[in-house]
Design a protein. Structure first.
Length: 114
């Protein structure tokens, strides 16, 4: 099983980034997919979830209206489009697959700074 995140980097406040997570080794369409983040000195927090069924999505209040999660079951990928980024969005972002089991990626750093 592998979850590999990409797309992180340094961006100025107000900018955008698109994170991607490529999954392999399990039946992707059967799993909910989420993005989490962890800032230095803080606990890991749930950012967004895309259900495996029905296409429902949920977001943390802090990112509603700015971030969009989407999945492509044909390509076994989940993405996180992040717009209007703020310095407080700086964190390591992780994707997680959860269903019968839970799997985590290794994370990708997002830094929002001028």
């Amino acid at each position: 099983v592998q979850l590999v995140e990409s797309g992180g980097g340094l961006v100025q406040p107000g900018g955008s980034l698109r994170l991607s997570c490529a999954a392999s080794g399990f039946t992707f369409s059967n799993y909910r997919m989420s993005w989490y983040r962890q800032a230095p000195g803080k606990e890991r927090e749930l950012v967004a979830t895309d259900s495996s069924v029905g296409g429902s999505t949920n977001y943390a209040d802090s990112v509603k209206g700015r971030f969009t999660i989407s999945r492509d079951n044909a390509k076994n990928t989940v993405s996180l489009q992040m717009n209007s980024l703020k310095p407080e969005d700086t964190a390591v972002y992780y994707c997680k697959a959860w269903g019968r089991y839970a799997y985590w990626g290794q994370g990708t750093q997002v830094t929002v700074s001028s």
